[in-house]
Each structure stands twice: as structure tokens, then as C-alpha cells.
Design a protein. Structure first.
Length: 98
């Protein structure tokens, strides 16, 4: 199932995303100038793409949690550990009593 989101151009999140597009991957830079086609993806793919962009943009960003190093339960972190290393994408134990 594909998710489309329509928000006004004055939305703070959209404004932030447009600013970040200048500093992220070349596909986002091309998209912000209207030179690239949008790609369709499902929600999990969008989450994975967003995490990848955040980690490319900010060298201090990390992802940690239960099984995220293996891709996570929903595969939302699939491939991130291979791209960014075990220092930035790592598993942590789950505590049901915390």
C-alpha cells in the first residue's frame, strides 16, 4: 500500500525537508530542482529512506534498538548497518520491565 501525504507548502516540516534536500543525496537535490521523478515506495521503504538520508546528512546520527542491526522486525532498518557500520547502527537489549 502506498501512502501519499498532501500538506500545505507553509508546513514547517516541508520547509525543513526542502532545506535539508540541499545537503542530502544527489537524487534529493535533483528532486528539489524538479529534475528528477518521484519514486513510489511503501511506508517501510519511506522510513528506511528517511533514516538513510538523516544518517548521510548528520555524522552524529545513530540508530539503535531491538534487532535494528538485522533490519528490524519490519525491515525498516535493512541495509543501514552495512552502509554506516556497527558503530552507528546497533542492537540493544529489550527490557519489558524498564
Amino acid at each position: 500500500r502506498l501512502v501519499k501525504c498532501f500538506v500545505p507548502s507553509t508546513c514547517p516540516a516541508i520547509t525543513f525537508c526542502r532545506k535539508m534536500a540541499r545537503y542530502s543525496s544527489s537524487s534529493l537535490r535533483a528532486m528539489s530542482t524538479g529534475q528528477a521523478e518521484l519514486k513510489k515506495m511503501n511506508l517501510v521503504g519511506a522510513v528506511n529512506d528517511g533514516l538513510r538520508i538523516a544518517m548521510e546528512t548528520d555524522a552524529q546520527a545513530v540508530v539503535f534498538g531491538e534487532d535494528v542491526g538485522f533490519g528490524g522486525v519490519f525491515r525498516a532498518t535493512a541495509g543501514l548497518q552495512e552502509m554506516f557500520g556497527k558503530e552507528r547502527v546497533f542492537n540493544t537489549p529489550l527490557c519489558q520491565q524498564g
